[in-house]
Design a protein around this ligand. Structure first.
Ligand code: ACO
Length: 422
């Protein structure tokens, strides 16, 4: 079978034959046929907007790999900082590289005092932490005026380091502010996940981070670090394509992530489970979803048409966490919901399975994170993935400023009607 596709323009008889490489054809073939021809592809269902070597997803097989490494192996053996290095550099670090990277990150976790005083303290008392996070990340960039020198490799590397190191501090700062608690400085003696938990929850001198919970945090960070061209990463790439600085681009990615159809789903799942409240209500809830009243949050995915491999790993991590914290009472409702949905033809025929957000919220809740923080917990590790995409895009000669075309369906030309004649 030829690895080509021939497209014939029946209007002109013009014909173009293009190679199919890795299941992809170039849109330049259509421009060759007719430079004014447009492809109507809302939500990019069939459009590959870039070539990327960072993350591989096979949604039908339930496979996820970062730089070729299966997510299951990384979740079992790696740390978040090692995975961040892998995403950014393409290879696992040597022992010396990992030590140097860990040292650099832990020595860039502090945030300028004015950032807290002038920005974070300026938010309204009940501001949503994700809204605070998005704006604070953008504001953080203003502390580094050199951050717009994005084609200077050393300057860009510094911003990448700063962002990865400082987002947990910023996130914890937003939380402590909204809870009226004093800010806890980063502790350089702790690992990435443990330091974050310490900044979040330390009250008094007796607080110690439980190693099982710190490991769970690392695993959750690893699982959320990247997921190729999702909505947030596409937003980041679009902004980066205009050569905006990395702080502004990460803020754009985070803004997209905030939405309940994207990273905001983890928050929506726990609210949904609490509303269902009891296992006896599960059947009625499923029936209401099937009748079109809302969605089963945490189910379904644009790419995964079977169990999201991250959901499997999160479910396993939940068991470890619950051994320390006690079981989240909503777990039974979630398990029952999954069981009923996966037996129901509505969900089976549409290939709707639990996604990454279905169980993550239950762990976050058991770890004592308030619901409003859940999407921030997603944004912290995703910053590493976003920055890997940011760098990849800047180094990709095929990229230009992102600028889709439209299919204009508005009025044709018409004359202005003066106000007294309307
Ligand atoms: N509950 C009930 N029905 C659903 C769900 C759901 N969670 N998801 C999809 N469907 C149905 C749709 O109604 C549609 O049915 P129809 O063909 O009868 O009209 C069909 O399944 C296909 O749905 P689409 O919306 O076309 O699928 P799409 O790929 O555009 O959406 C999405 C993917 C947004 C994730 C969707 O499944 C959804 O809304 N899920 C709930 C929110 C969620 O969990 N989001 C987190 C995703 S993971 C992440 O972003 C990190």
């Amino acid at each position: 079978m030829a690895d080509t596709i021939t497209i014939v323009d029946d209007r002109t008889g013009k014909k173009v034959t293009v190679p199919v490489i890795d299941g992809v054809i170039p849109s330049s073939a259509l421009r060759e046929l007719d430079p004014n021809l447009r492809v109507y592809d809302p939500a990019f269902l069939s459009t590959a907007a870039c070539r990327s070597a960072i993350t591989f997803v096979d949604g039908d097989a339930g496979v996820l790999r970062y730089r070729g490494y299966p997510i299951e192996q990384l979740a079992e053996h790696s740390t978040f900082l090692e995975v961040a290095y892998l995403l950014l550099h393409g290879e696992l670090p040597t022992a010396a590289q990992l030590e140097a990277w860990g040292y650099e990150v832990t020595h860039h976790t502090m945030i300028h005092e004015n950032m807290r005083k002038r920005f974070v303290d300026g938010f309204h008392y009940d501001a949503h932490p994700m809204g605070m996070f998005i704006s604070s990340v953008a504001a953080l960039g203003t502390f580094y005026p050199e951050s717009n020198r994005i084609f200077d490799a050393a300057t860009l590397d510094k911003q990448v380091l700063r962002l990865i190191a400082k987002v947990p501090t910023l996130a914890a700062m937003c939380y402590r502010f909204s809870s009226g608690l004093p800010f806890v400085s980063p502790n350089n003696g702790l690992g990435f996940g443990a330091n974050f938990l310490n900044m979040m929850f330390k009250i008094g001198d007796d607080y110690r981070v439980d190693p099982t919970l710190a490991r769970a945090m690392e695993v959750l960070f690893i699982l959320h670090a990247d997921h190729e061209q999702n909505c947030g990463t596409t937003a980041l790439r679009t902004v980066a394509s205009a050569n905006a600085d990395p702080y502004s681009a990460v803020a754009a990615g985070a803004a997209a992530l905030y939405g309940p159809l994207h990273g905001g789903a983890n928050e929506a799942v726990v609210r949904m489970l609490a509303e269902i409240g009891d296992m006896s209500q599960v059947d009625a809830f499923i029936a209401s979803v099937k009748s079109g009243k809302g969605r089963l949050m945490g189910f379904g995915h644009r790419i995964y048409k079977q169990y999201d491999p991250r959901a499997t790993l999160i479910k396993r991590t939940a068991e470890d966490v619950f051994k320390v914290t006690g079981k989240n009472p909503l777990l039974d409702v979630a398990l029952k919901l999954e069981e009923v949905a996966l037996r129901d033809d509505y969900f089976v025929s549409r290939k709707l399975y639990p996604n990454v957000d279905f169980y993550s919220g239950l762990i976050y809740q058991a770890l004592r994170f308030p619901i409003e923080m859940f999407t921030v917990l997603f944004a912290i590790p995703r910053t590493a993935g976003w920055l890997a995409h940011y760098r990849e895009l800047l180094g990709d000669d095929a990229q230009k400023i992102s600028r889709p075309r439209q299919w204009y369906v508005g009025e044709a030309s018409r004359d202005y009607v003066p106000l007294h004649k309307r």
